[in-house]
Write a protein that binds this ligand. Structure first.
Ligand code: GRF
Length: 206
């Protein structure tokens, strides 16, 4: 099986990045982390990458007049390292069609709810929306990224129960735990060419 090259885009703590690093180091995931890029200078995710000798770059979106200019800088770094798959892991910038079309069906994202629930929301707002809805279950979704924010083909979902006394924070923490198994699992399926996209659905080949 070929060793695919991953580029991970982050903005924050990077626990999902860590789960992917661990899966690679444990030999569960046959991939190479080619680069980690953050649009936030002090993102702890960059530190995690450096600790594992993974190239870690800070590219400040504020240095660019237009979103596409920022994205061009990202593309330059990703392409120069021949990245096969881009993983968004807590990356807090909406990507335009310019970026998305450059990597057709080669970008994954993780959303901390069962899409289409809380579509387009982020952070605490996601969990508040789920609690407000009265839903008894939430979870996480790994999906392909298209220009429709949080609307691309779903690769896999993991379910967690919503408890009566949950706060947005307690729900987020319970979901984060399952994110850490879901993301490496989805990347592994991609790396093994097991994902077949049919319209907006993903069929997982045996
Ligand atoms: C996760 O909850 C993920 O679902 C969302 O952003 C958060 C990132 O957390 N997209 P971390 O930086 O991976 O710890």
């Amino acid at each position: 099986m070929t060793n695919i090259k991953l580029g991970v885009l982050v903005s924050g703590s990077g626990t999902n990045l860590q789960a992917i690093i661990d899966a690679v180091e444990q030999g569960v995931l046959n991939a190479e982390l080619a680069v980690v890029i953050s649009n936030k200078k002090d993102a702890y995710a960059l530190e995690r990458a450096r600790k594992h000798q993974i190239p870690a770059l800070f590219i400040n979106h504020k240095d660019y007049a237009k979103r596409e200019d920022f994205e061009q800088a990202l593309i330059k770094e990703l392409d120069s390292r021949n990245v096969d798959l881009v993983c968004l892991a807590g990356f807090m910038r909406v990507l335009t069609p310019y970026f998305v079309n450059h990597f057709p069906h080669r970008i994954l994202n993780i959303h901390p709810a069962l899409l289409p629930a809380a579509k387009g929301l982020y952070g605490e707002h996601v969990h508040q929306a789920i609690l407000d809805s009265g839903a008894k279950f939430s979870g996480c979704t790994v999906h392909f990224v298209t220009a429709d924010v949080d609307g691309g083909p779903i690769v896999l979902q993991k379910i967690v129960p919503v408890e009566d006394d949950d706060t947005p924070l307690s729900l987020a923490e319970r979901i984060l735990e399952v994110e850490h198994t879901a993301y490496p699992e989805a990347v592994k399926l991609f790396s093994e060419h097991k994902l077949e996209i049919i319209g907006n659905r993903v069929k997982i080949k045996k």
